[in-house]
Design a protein around this ligand. Sequence first.
Ligand SMILES: Cc1ncc(C[n+]2csc(CCOP(=O)(O)OP(=O)(O)O)c2C)c(N)n1
Length: 567
Amino acid sequence: MNKPVDTPAAILTGAEAVVEMLRAHGVEVIFGLCGDTSLPLYDALARLPHGMKHVLTRDERHAAYMADGYARVSGKVGVCEGPSGGGATYILPGLVEANESSVPVLGINTDIAVSSRGRYTLTELDQRALMKPLTKWNAVLDRSADIPRVFRAAFNAMTTGRPGAAHIALPFDVQNGPVDRAEVWGDPSLGQYPSRRVAPDPFHVELAAKLLRAAKRPLFICGGGPVISGAQGELLELAERLSAPVATTISGQGSISEEHPLAVGVVGSNGGTPETRAVVDQADLVVFVGCRAGSVTTERWRHPVPGKVKVIHIDVDADTIGANYPVDVPLVADAKLALAALNEALDGVQRPLDAAAVRAAKEQKFAKFNALAASNDAPIKPERVVAELSKALDADAIVVADPGTPCPYLSAYYPVRRTGRTLFSNRAHGALGYSMAAAVGAHFGRPSVKTVAVMGDGSFGMCAGELETLVRYKLPLTLIVIRNAVYGWIKAGQKTGYGERYFSVDFGVTDHAKVAEAFGVKSWKVEDPAKLHAALKAAVSYGGPTLVDVECQPLHEAKAPVSEWVA
Ligand SMILES: Cc1ncc(C[n+]2csc(CCOP(=O)(O)OP(=O)(O)O)c2C)c(N)n1
């Protein structure tokens, strides 16, 4: 247990206790934005020798996205904070995304004083009701003495079972009230996830092993679970033992290196292709690992066909098992422990490696991609952007993709060469404008590698103000803006599903390089595909924030790996 820092007082203020509780759980960085109700908390952060870094943001949405990006790559809880009223409504989108994506993020909003409740006080808001349906765990503090217990409960909830977001509302007078210093303690192991692992029922392990032995063409479909659980080693051992292909969802990328002969890549309606779908359709047994088998992964529950394949479903969250597919064997467990148990049960099984079907699927998929990526057409094809970016970045670089063009293209074609979290996107709610802030957080979580955010111009419009933060902290991030002056994803939907009746989806051209330059970001504008490589190389090797504005083929005219449009 971490003891509080050595301050002489036996009684701390509530705000001091909050700082101590964060430190006791191993928190290193807090992303946030100030407000009137936060003054005691900020003062405690200013006075105490806690060693934590506070990153001042320009929007609470981005503070929460930063905490999310930080948590995704560091394996630690991300922390964000903001004031009452608008600070709470603005921080909310990031908490929802984190919660639904199984990312532990703690949101703290300060609040009006308990003594001011119900008196039409400026910024009064029912934070308990606001956050309850959207977080895994939340509380509004009514008295200072509860601070230690409430923070311990929040860290426990965030990092056990299925990880998720927690929210604490911290009223002004609660920050000033007394807390007994002896109560201020925490377990730093709860600051990481998963902090406690759940082992599978041996009975179900035996049943699963029996099915795996009997299966002719078993296939793994990995969601975010294996990466969250750090189960990559156990997954690889089992896949190689069975010579079974490993497909992933977008969140599951990093479960296996996509260079491995058994790695299929992404399957599903966003980022999947007809070739990867064919591998799914060939399976006679599917093992979903830390995967909800949702609409995108399964192309609306059509691939695999429910009832036509045997299913083993591994998930730490029992609710997901059997929600969409009839399940032959449920394994309610941490992915690492479940896969380790299966390896043990299958000890002695070692099938010869047969990766011919996976190799053929990948070759076919990438032959089509490479032809488009070699194109010298202007506006530049998205395939060319992805190909040039993969050449410009090291295998350990982190790439964050916004919805629109970036997500399907990067998840389908950017080669994830490492296990662990190196490419990610906000797949729970897919709100535009996520990647820039998430990349900031990812940089703080893993500062030794290059981090890049790829966004559409729609996303840029939703996050541009945060450029100032990148400049203030001199962050060596590279932002790539796919400029096409349209909400392309929606226009593509109008093209394929609504007889090309385009309505209210086009917007004006912005010179993103000039905007970024005005903030102090070194920028490039690229319209000629021949100049893209040099610009990307220069941008990623520069020591401060950079932006590359790329004029791109609009998504509705491109050959995007999105199954509804391909059909
Ligand atoms: C906050 C939010 N509002 C609306 C949407 C719906 N939406 C999904 S993709 C998309 C278009 C994205 O446009 P842009 O960022 O320019 O990328 P493009 O599709 O043109 O590549 C929209 C509006 C969303 N995902 N998030």
